[in-house]
Design a protein around this ligand. Structure first.
Ligand code: PEP
Length: 264
C-alpha cells in the first residue's frame, strides 16, 4: 500500500466502523461506499481510504471490493500476538492478512479502557504483527480528560509511544493515530491548533525512537465529521484522520468524502 516513502502517499482517511454494523449492514455500507468512491473518484484519488470493519464482516467487505486492486483498503480493528493456538475469541494478524487486510488498528482506547489492554499487551501485538505479516499497524495513543487536566499529555504520549513502538523493525511503515480519549464520540473535537501541538510532539518522539519521517504518518482521530474534517487535513496539521462514529453512518461519511473530494 505504501510507496517507499510514506510521505509521498496521500493523506489517510481511516474509517473505524467499531462494532456498529452487523455483517449484512457492513456489506451494504461497503457497497454504497464503493459507489460513492466511484462518484467522487477524481477528488478521492488524492487520499488513502482505509475501512476497518468488525472482524466477522471483513470477508464480506472484501468480496464487495472484489479481487482486483481496489482504491479502498481494509484494516482489522485489533489482533493477537500469536499466529495460532488456544486463544479463544482472538484473531491473528496472519488471518487478517489472508482475509484481505493491509492495515490493523492496535491500542484503541476502547480496548485499553473497556477490555483492560495494557501498554505491554499493545507492544506485543505491534511487534508480532510486524514480525509475522506485512500489515501496517495503526497505533492509537491519547490521553484521558483527567490526564489532560493535570498536565500529563506529553508524559502519557511518551509512555504509550515508547512502549508500543519499541519493537518496530527498521524500515517498517507505521501510522500513529492521536486520539485523545476525551474527544472520542464527543460533541467537539480538539482544536486544530491543540492537535498540531500534540502531533508535533508525537513526531518528535517517533524520530527519537528511530522511526524516520519517511516511514511514519501521524493522523488525528476524535469526533471528526464532515464539518470539521478539513481543519484537520490542512497541510501541517496532520497526515490524515481516523473517523469513528461518523464513518459507520453512510450518509454522514459520504458527505465527509464529498467535502474532501471537492477541495482543490
Ligand atoms: C475512534 O473511535 O477511533 C474515533 C475516532 O471515534 P469518533 O470519531 O466517533 O470520535
Amino acid at each position: 500500500m505504501f510507496q517507499n516513502n510514506i510521505m509521498s502517499t496521500r493523506p489517510f482517511i481511516i474509517a473505524n466502523w467499531k462494532m456498529n454494523l452487523l455483517p449484512d449492514e457492513a456489506s451494504q455500507a461497503m457497497n454504497s461506499l464503493v459507489a460513492c468512491q466511484k462518484r467522487y473518484s477524481k477528488g478521492l484519488e488524492r487520499y488513502s481510504l482505509i475501512v476497518c470493519p468488525s472482524h466477522e464482516s471483513i470477508s464480506r467487505c472484501n468480496n464487495v471490493l472484489g479481487k482486483k486492486s481496489s482504491p479502498i483498503a481494509l484494516g482489522g480493528q485489533d489482533c493477537f500476538w500469536h499466529d495460532k493456538g488456544a486463544f479463544t475469541g482472538e484473531i491473528s494478524p496472519i488471518s487478517l492478512e489472508r482475509l484481505g487486510c493491509t492495515y490493523c488498528i492496535l491500542g484503541h482506547s476502547e480496548r485499553r479502557e473497556i477490555l483492560g489492554e495494557t501498554d505491554a499487551m499493545i507492544q506485543k501485538k505491534v511487534a508480532h504483527l510486524c514480525a509475522a505479516t506485512s500489515l501496517t499497524p495503526i497505533v492509537c495513543v491519547g490521553e484521558s480528560r483527567k490526564e489532560r487536566n493535570s498536565g500529563r499529555v506529553r508524559s502519557v504520549l511518551k509512555r504509550q509511544l515508547r512502549s508500543a513502538l519499541s519493537h518496530v523493525p527498521r524500515r517498517r511503515h507505521v501510522v500513529v493515530a492521536y486520539e485523545p480519549i476525551w474527544a472520542i464520540g464527543a460533541r467537539h473535537p480538539i482544536t486544530p491548533k491543540e492537535c498540531a501541538v500534540a502531533l508535533a510532539y508525537i513526531h518528535e518522539q517517533c524520530q527519537g525512537l528511530g522511526i524516520p519521517r519517511m516511514y511514519r504518518a501521524v493522523v488525528y482521530g476524535g469526533s471528526v465529521t464532515h464539518d470539521t474534517v478539513l481543519s484537520f487535513l490542512t497541510k501541517g496539521v496532520s497526515d490524515g484522520v481516523l473517523v469513528g462514529g461518523a464513518s459507520s453512518k453512510s450518509a454522514e461519511f459520504h458527505s465527509l468524502l464529498r467535502t474532501i473530494a471537492k477541495i482543490v
